[in-house]
Every structure is written in C-alpha cells, then in structure tokens.
Design a protein around this ligand. Structure first.
Ligand SMILES: [Zn+2]
Ligand SMILES: [Zn+2]
Length: 736
C-alpha cells in the first residue's frame, strides 16, 4: 500500500513510547515532504532523543553505536521567517561501523565483496565497514521541545547494499573469520589501551570477551579466538616501532601519511616554513566536542623546550570531574603568529565541520618566560593571546601555576635553608598579591633583591629570567587578565606531571631528539591512559583505574583530608599544620597559609608542585575572614568592582550595560549556582560570596546535573527528571 505523503508537520503526531529505551521499530514513520521529495520522519519529545539513540544502538540484529558525524546550531530568535521544520539544533548520527573505510594511506578501500583475492585479507581494519545507516535529529526551531527524526534507510548496509556487520553478516574476512565477530572500535581500543598500560593478560582477555559478548552472545569458540586475537595484538604492539625510517623527518612523513585521520595540521619544515604537526585522534575530537562547548580550554604550552627536539603544546579540556584531558597535541618550535594562527584555525574548523556553533567560554594560558629558550624570542603568551582572540573569540584567563612552579623549583634548588626558601617564596607571593593594591611592584622587587642579596644563585636566576619583564609583562598580565583558580592549576599540573613521567621515565637522550618517538608515545601510551580513565569513569568499570584517575589531581586529594587535620596558627598567621592521614606522627607545615604562594615541606611540594596540603589549608582559610581571598577570587572581585565604578550617564549605553551585566550574571548563576546575585551591587558588597555546593560537587566528583546536561535540559524543574536524564547521559556516553 502506497503511504500517504504528509505536507505539514503539524499533521504528524508526537510519539512518546512507554518503553524506557525505544527504537525506530517502536515508532510509526510518516512520509513527509512533497510527492517529488519526501523523507521518513517521526516526531518525539526532545528530552527523549538520548533514549531513542540507546534503543537504536541495542538493535539485536545489528548492535552498534552511533556517533555525531555532523551538527549545526542556531540561536533562538535568530530567524525572522522560518519553515515549520526549520532546525534549532541539527545533528547527523552515523552508525560507528561507517561511513568511511580507510586503510593504510587513507584511501577508501573498495567494498570487501570485491577484494576477496588480496593476500592479506585480515589486515583490513575491522571496525570501519562502510555502513551507511544514519539518521538526522532536528530540534525544531518553532517547537524546541520536539525533535524531528529523519531516517530514510534503517538497514545496516554498505554502499553496495549488503549487510555489513552484525550476526547477519556471514561474510567476514580471513580464515575462520566467519566465526569471528567484528570487533568494534571501542573494544579494540579498550584492549589495545590495556595492553599499552601493561594490565595483566587475563584481565585484558576477560574484558575483551565481555565486550564481544555484547555483540554476539556467549560462545566457547569466540572465547578461544579472543585469546588468540589478544596474543596477536600483544605481538603487534611489542614489535611496533616509532622508527618508520632512520631519518626522523622521513619517518614522520610516513606516520602522517598513515594516520591522516589523526592529523589536523601538518607543515613540513623547509627553507621558508617551520615544522608544525597537529595531532588529534577521532576520540579526542569527540571529547573536545563533548567537554569543550560552553566550557573552558587550557594550554600546557611550553613542554620540553630544553629536552625535546621540538617543544610540545597540549590543548586541554576539563572533563566531567574537572580533570584536564588532552584533546590536541601540537609539536613545533614556531611561535610565529602566522603558524599559531594556521594550526589553531585548522583545529577549530575541524571541530566546527562536525558541530557548527561549537564555542568555548574561556581559554586558560600559562606561559612563563623563564622556561622559554632564547631561540624562541618573545613569548608564546602574546601570540596565543592575539590568535586566540581571533580564532576562539572568547576571554583569556591567566593561570599562575607555571610561574609559581618555576619560582618554587628554583628556590628549592638554589637556596639552602628552608627558612630562606619559605621567606623568599612568601615575599614573591606578596608582590604578586599586591598588584591591585597600588603598591610599586618595581620597588618591592628591588627591596626583595636587596634583602636576599646573599642568595646569589637564586638572585642570578631571578635577574636573568624574570626581572627584565616581570613588571611590565607578568604582573601587568596578571592584573589585566582574569586569573584561573587553584583547581584549574591543579588539573593542568596533573596532566603536566603525567606527561612528564610518561615521556622521561624510559627515554634515552637519542629518543628525545626524535619527533617520531614523541608522536608514538603520545598516541599510544598517553592516549590509552586517558582513554581508559574516561571509560572507567563513564561506565563505572575498571575500578582501580577509576580510583587512581579520580585521585590524580591535588584538588581531589585535598578533599580526602578532613578539616580536623588542619590547625591554623591564629596569632600571626605564619603557618598551618596538617596531620598526615597515613601516619599521624607526621605533620606537614604550610608556611604563608591562605596564599597560592604557600610553602609546604612535603616532598611533592618540594618538587615544585601544588600539593594537597597547600590546597586544603587554603580551602580552610577561605572560610576565615582573617585570611586574604585567593588570587582568582580577587581578580574576579576586581573585574566586578571596576564594572561598578565605571562612570555612566543615564543613557542608552547604561541600559545596554545593564542588559549585558544581567546576561553575565544569569550565566554565572547557572554555572556556579551563585546565590543572591540579583543585583550587581549586592555581589560586590557581600564579598566573599558563598559558593553554594562547591564542596558537594567536588567531593561527589561529578558536577551538578545542570552542568552535565545539555542546555535544553537546564532549568528542568523536576529533580527526578534531571536525575533520570543524567543517568541516561552517563549510559549514553558509553555508547558513543
Ligand atoms: Zn551499521
Ligand atoms: Zn604538602
């Protein structure tokens, strides 16, 4: 029977199936359009899109996952005239067994039906099978609570029309392959990650089998084949080498050629151009989409200047636990504005081809001149700053952690007595803290150098590396840019430390000078580590991995210390004591409490790190009025105060400013659940603010439901709905 074609979207009913997860087979499909061009469509409530996707993934005939292949967003109110089916959000979800089928070299391989005679059939990647199954979800512009699903071909077939994965596809590849189920990307990645991380074989095998069983049920043969498969992977990994060619440059060229999908920018070195390699895997891209939008990004920008052939810059996003997650690596010595701008644009373009309208709210920078080698004249900071303003079009925040780290490390290295170390660090800190107080910084520094004139080694370092630029550049930067929090510093530091240990632990001088070695390390070990961390946290599996991952920042470790373990010296505020949780006979002394420049005597801190004791003590101090608020808070306060002090006449300009301020306040309220901020004057007068649920968020580890939910679900009034959806999202993140 020929189905009737519906021409108005208002004639299509919104379906709300009773099942918790539902799929296309639970919906009635309508032909919508004109007799010449029409699509199969269904309307469902927008809040149930995730449940539809879960249902679609669990199809018994073709279990799979769907990823976002493309997307577009539009602002409410941006259109004057629009059709009834115009989108507010538009996303193409594609079966993860398709659409492409890249092999080595990046060319699309012909359908496997036509390459049965090749010698090494098993070498074909097992996950990209050219599946064409995809659907579109349109959140309607005119009715944002409704989603239009367009789903023309619901079969999982390749371009030639053959079923290309799942139990119905009997035509697999290689000897005995008819019985081997295809291994989807995620299981393959999981198994490889576990091998890279040195997890015992039996655990790898168990997890591998669990994963496969999701696709084809339990089967003794499958289990024994799985064990062979893992042996094979182990051999491949053991024998794989970074050195594709003796010549590093040629080797990298080959790597780039073989890994086109993980390279977002490449510029070979020549007489006119500098070497630039930008790496981002598919998975990193999805994380950047997931955690970057409407949130912050950060750069760990000057890693390995002294030891690596080319320094490494990492772009980080903050994940659901506010840990720093690397989403792109850029290897280059060039800080020329043109080069920075080229790779940054390439990266943003890549993200926006998938999701048009993707945008970050702020960018954190950390550059410290002292770490920069003389070849790199000037500072990355300013190029970054300018380019960032052009490309990301968002505010830039400055993170103190690298400055703090450089100072602390050099103080510990170059000054002998702990009393001197503490005092110098404190004095440097108070100079930084005084940027808003109208103190003459140059003079304060002059006094500092005189007072510690006998600390010749440190003073030489300080004069050489900092004095020339400290006032005009560093202190000015800190004063003019908003400052990032200690939590952000701790997160960036945790990444930095992990990177460092992964690269320097088993390296030899020769390897550090090879770019192919660096690329190999990043894309295998480090990538696997972060991949497994996220999977463990999203799926509540790999409990020991998960635990380690949660405790990987000092901020989280600080929450393990009870308030009772901290004693403040109430009289002079000189130091605080923290009793060790493992051994109560040990007490840490934190000098200069309540400051980012607090000095703790534990080993971790003596290596230049921001230790949990300092963070904990500062958290306790925040609740005492006798201590100064943190730098980031003072910076925030300064911004608000200057906003209020701007003289204004009673003009339209004032109305505009009021409108903007209200918008900003609204966003802040949503983001940090700020209380009682209906009036800007109140905010400033009532500082310090009560940051409601800050503790709750971090001890629980996962940000409040509001932050994790898509904007559509924000403000969802029923708590139950939010909770349920949040759980759904966690499940969904497993499927993508
Ligand atoms: Zn498919
Ligand atoms: Zn400490």
């Amino acid at each position: 029977m020929e189905m009737e074609i519906v021409e108005s979207i208002f004639d299509i009913p919104v379906q709300n199936p009773a099942e918790e997860d539902f799929s296309s087979s639970d919906l009635n499909w309508t032909k919508f359009g004109t007799p010449d061009h029409h699509d199969d469509v269904a309307l469902i409530p927008y809040v149930r899109v995730d449940e539809f996707i879960i249902g679609e993934c669990s199809d018994v005939k073709c279990p799979t996952r769907f990823h976002i292949e493309r997307g577009r967003k539009r602002k409410k109110g941006s259109l004057k005239d629009y059709k009834d089916d115009e989108y507010l959000e538009y996303r193409v979800y594609w079966c993860s067994f398709g659409p492409e089928n890249y092999g080595e070299g990046g060319d699309i391989l012909p359908s496997r039906r036509f390459r049965l005679n090749t010698r090494n059939r098993a070498a074909r990647p097992q996950s990209m099978r050219g599946c064409m199954c995809h659907f579109v979800v349109k959140r309607l512009y005119a009715r944002p609570s409704v989603a239009l699903i367009i789903y023309n071909d619901r079969r999982h077939v390749n371009e030639s029309g053959f079923v290309c994965h799942g139990p119905l596809d009997r035509d697999a590849i290689g000897p005995g392959a008819k019985k081997i189920p295809y291994i989807c990307n995620q299981i393959q990645q999981q198994t490889m990650s576990m091998i890279y991380l040195g997890i015992p074989e039996e655990n790898v095998l168990q997890k591998h089998i669990e994963g496969i069983q999701r696709y084809c049920g339990s089967n003794a043969l499958v289990n024994s084949l799985a064990s062979q498969h893992i042996h094979k992977l182990e051999m491949i990994i053991k024998r794989s080498t970074h050195e594709l060619d003796l010549d590093d440059q040629a080797s990298i060229r080959m790597w780039v050629d073989r890994n086109k999908k993980s390279v977002f920018f490449y510029q070979d070195s020549s007489e006119t151009d500098s070497f630039v390699l930008g790496i981002q895997t598919e998975w990193q891209l999805q994380q950047m989409l997931r955690f970057g939008h409407h949130s912050l990004m950060a750069a760990d920008s000057t890693f390995g200047i002294k030891r690596l052939k080319y320094p490494l810059c990492t772009l980080l996003v903050f994940d659901s636990r506010q840990h720093a997650l690397p989403v792109a690596w850029i290897i280059t010595r060039s800080v020329a504005k043109l080069d920075v701008s080229k790779w940054m644009k390439a990266l943003v373009d890549r993200v926006r081809t998938i999701e048009h309208g993707w945008k970050i709210s702020g960018f954190l920078m950390d550059d410290a001149a002292a770490e920069i080698d003389p070849i790199r004249q000037g500072s990355v900071l300013y190029f970054f700053f300018e380019v960032n303003m052009d490309v990301f079009c968002c505010p830039v925040l400055f993170s103190l952690w690298r400055v703090r780290r450089s100072w602390l490390r050099n103080i510990v290295k170059k000054c002998n007595h702990i009393e001197v170390q503490r005092e110098i660090f404190k004095r440097l800190g108070s100079t930084v803290y005084s940027i808003w107080g109208g103190v003459d910084s140059a003079r304060a520094l002059e006094e500092l150098t005189q007072d510690f004139v006998d600390q010749t080694a440190f003073m030489q370092y300080f004069k050489d590396s900092w004095v020339p630029k400290i006032v005009e550049m560093w202190l000015e930067t800190m004063k003019s840019l908003p400052l990032a929090s200690q939590e952000a510093s701790g997160a960036i530091e945790a990444y930095h430390v992990k990177l460092k240990s992964s690269l320097y632990e088993d390296s030899h001088p020769g390897s550090l000078q090879r770019v192919d070695w660096l690329v190999h390390k990043l894309t295998t070990e480090l990538h696997s580590g972060y991949w497994l961390d996220r999977i463990a946290d999203d799926t509540d599996s790999f409990l020991d991995v998960r635990e380690k991952y949660i405790a990987s920042t000092s901020w989280h470790r600080a929450f393990q210390i009870p308030d009772a373990a901290v004693t403040l010296d109430d009289k002079d505020h000189l130091f605080a004591k923290v009793v060790s949780q493992n051994d109560s006979s040990i007490t840490r002394h934190v000098w200069n409490p309540g400051s980012e420049f607090a000095f703790c005597d534990c080993t971790w801190s003596m290596q230049g790190n921001l230790c949990k004791h300092v963070i904990k003590v500062n958290m306790v101090c925040e609740n005492h009025q006798k201590y100064q608020p943190s730098m980031s808070f003072q910076s925030f306060k300064d911004i608000l105060t200057s906003l209020r002090e701007n003289p204004m006449d009673d003009s339209l300009e004032l109305d505009l400013s009021t409108a903007w301020t209200h918008q900003v306040l609204d966003q802040i309220q949503k983001l940090v659940e700020l209380n009682d901020a209906s009036d800007i004057g109140n905010v400033v007068n009532n500082l310090p603010l009560k940051w409601v649920s800050k503790k709750g968020r971090t001890t629980v580890g996962i940000p409040s439901a509001n932050l994790a939910l898509p904007s559509s679900l924000k403000g969802s009034s029923k708590k139950g709905v939010a909770l349920k959806n949040n759980r759904k999202r966690r499940r969904l993140s497993r499927l993508r």
